[in-house]
Design a protein around this ligand. Structure first.
Ligand SMILES: [Fe+2]
Length: 285
């Protein structure tokens, strides 16, 4: 499978740090209003739409230089990426076996003595390559805030409750058809310090390995109909509306379990024109 469009490796990608809870921004005071940030978002969106109307290609990936996402301004790469050939070991790794991940790790609701609070949900889908072939036996990891919108992390100190029965981390290995399934709690929206009264839409972070360590991919899944989409500089940093929409899971009644959980479907496509957007070196929460 060809992952070459997405070979971006950075140690930053491995951090499960809620960067969007960090103090403010390189440019701007962090005291700007939602209205002024939204105006910037809309202006960029309109400009991108105009470029497409004039024959340009849709922007399927987030802009690295996206001023409404204030704290990214000093982080984003300013030079072309340097692409390197992976070492031979990278051509055959990682290879995960059945013993590498315990089957219980895909259920985030059974990691503690008691049950976590919140809306129990399942999220399931397939990991596919650009030709629709299953990406089988690969590691999928997720991390997320709890139902109150709080991460278990020392840098997340906003006044929402921690849940002693919820850590918010899970892993699974994809099956023969590239399928994965997690049971978890629907995360809450949470505030961040990009501007005054800034809130991230509810989301779940996903990490995937392709067929080499250098192909590690990180992205976020959102929930349908979230009113915060239009206001969120991270979600909106992808200029193409259809590409943004591919980050949103679909409510799937067949995945809902009677008397138990709400089901969402979310397929992840690694390459090709319908690829799920993946974070590059400059992207965080
Ligand atoms: Fe987050």
């Amino acid at each position: 499978m060809d992952h070459t469009r997405h070979i971006h490796l950075s140690p930053l990608l491995g951090e499960s740090v809620p960067h969007d809870t960090l103090p403010a921004p390189a440019r701007g005071s962090g005291q700007e209003s939602q209205d002024s940030v939204t105006a910037e978002i809309r202006a960029i969106e309109a400009d991108a739409a105009r470029r497409v109307q004039q024959g340009g290609s849709p922007e399927l990936h987030p802009r690295r230089d996206y001023p409404p996402y204030r704290s990214s301004l000093l982080r984003h790469p300013t030079h072309e990426l340097v692409r390197v050939d992976p070492e031979e070991v990278e051509r055959v790794s990682p290879a995960f076996g059945h013993t590498d991940v315990n089957v219980l790790e895909s259920d985030l609701t059974i990691q503690h003595v008691g049950e976590p609070l919140g809306e129990r949900m399942t999220v399931s889908g397939r990991v596919l390559d650009g030709e629709g072939r299953p990406v089988r036996h690969q590691l999928v990891e997720l991390w997320q805030a709890n139902a109150g919108g709080r991460y278990v992390h020392k840098r997340d100190q906003h006044p929402a409750p921690l849940d002693p029965n919820f850590t918010g981390v899970g892993r699974v290995i994809t099956g023969d058809n590239g399928e994965y399934k997690f049971t978890t709690i629907k995360p809450g929206a949470y505030p961040w310090k990009n501007h005054v009264n800034a809130w991230r839409p509810a989301h779940i972070h996903f990490s995937l390995f392709g067929n080499a360590f250098t192909q590690r991919l990180i992205t976020q899944m959102y929930f349908p109909g979230d009113p915060l989409f239009a206001l969120d500089p991270i979600y909106q940093s992808i200029a193409d509306p259809a590409a943004r929409a591919r980050l949103v899971g679909t409510y799937d009644h067949d995945l809902s379990v009677s008397e138990w959980s709400i089901g969402y479907n979310w397929d992840i496509v690694l390459t090709g024109p319908k690829a799920t957007w993946m974070e590059g070196e400059d992207a965080h929460d």
